[in-house]
Design a protein around this ligand. Sequence first.
Ligand code: FAD
Length: 302
Amino acid sequence: PFDVLVIGGGPAGASSAIYAARKGIRTGIVAERFGGQVMDTVGIENFISVKYTEGAKLAASLEEHVKEYNVDVMKLQRAKRLEKKELIEVELENGAVLKSKTVILSTGARWRNVGVPGEAEFKNKGVAYCPHCDGPLFAGKHVAVIGGGNSGIEAAIDLAGIVSHVTVLEYMPELKADLVLQKRLFSLPNVTVLTNVQTKEITGTDKVNGISYTERDSGEVKHVELQGVFVQIGLVPNTEWLGDAVERTRMGEIVVDQRGATSLPGVYAAGDCTNSPFKQIIISMGSGATAALGAFDYLIRN
Ligand code: FAD
């Protein structure tokens, strides 16, 4: 059996695997797609000490760094069940059952899509999901934020300091964000809030040039010319497969303590699949290191 089995090969999983392997213990990593969300990213400018890199390049270096160590890398494999017996068992979709003394869950998350025409077509060509990452690319331009919950309104406030104008589109008649955020938003001069509207299409040629929406009470379709669209309707953790094996929040995020431990002894978690409040590459890597050290500590005590 493994001492540490990591599920997920994004920044959190790669970091966990390296930290575990450096302890000289038997380490394995299962990843459906090595690199994770980093593979969907073009420019990365906030990975500290690296001024600029690109997703595919960073994903390749993650894999290369993991392979420097004696880690059993199982790519293109998806975990579908976790159960604690004498050891912790993880069943893969191909039917194989892996056994380990400890497991680190780092299956990440995915952005919820609005699913309108233009969204997929213009991804990274004006359609963005991460204001911390891509906000500066739209300096001085007009952008839309789809979603009036906390993440949407935080994004709108953040972007308003960088771009020329922000138009917020919310499907419901009222914004759902906390009142303090709404107050801050409405105090800003360069923000327009549209409520009770349904996004119909993100328009463009080679890149985004506007957004069309329906006013839900009148049924009227309108179009705004702009250069960027931030979709902020939620981040969904890839944790459905865990069921009740570990405690998860209402949003499906795995609950971890300061050492990365979950509610199930021997099972740790790191990165975007957890209830960590901020989701970034550098944060995922840090929490991956924490979870591996937590798991190692557990191993020497049990
Ligand atoms: P992920 O990167 O999501 O990796 C999850 C891993 O788990 C993948 O290998 C996946 O295949 C695997 N997996 C999932 N389910 C299973 C399963 N059941 N079985 C086996 N494997 C599974 N952050 C920044 O800091 N800077 C940026 O500039 C930046 N730009 C971004 C741009 C975009 C378009 C996106 C989508 C995100 C961006 N982020 C950025 C956020 C950053 O990518 C994430 O915070 C980070 O990748 C999270 O790492 P993670 O390892 O927790 O999860």
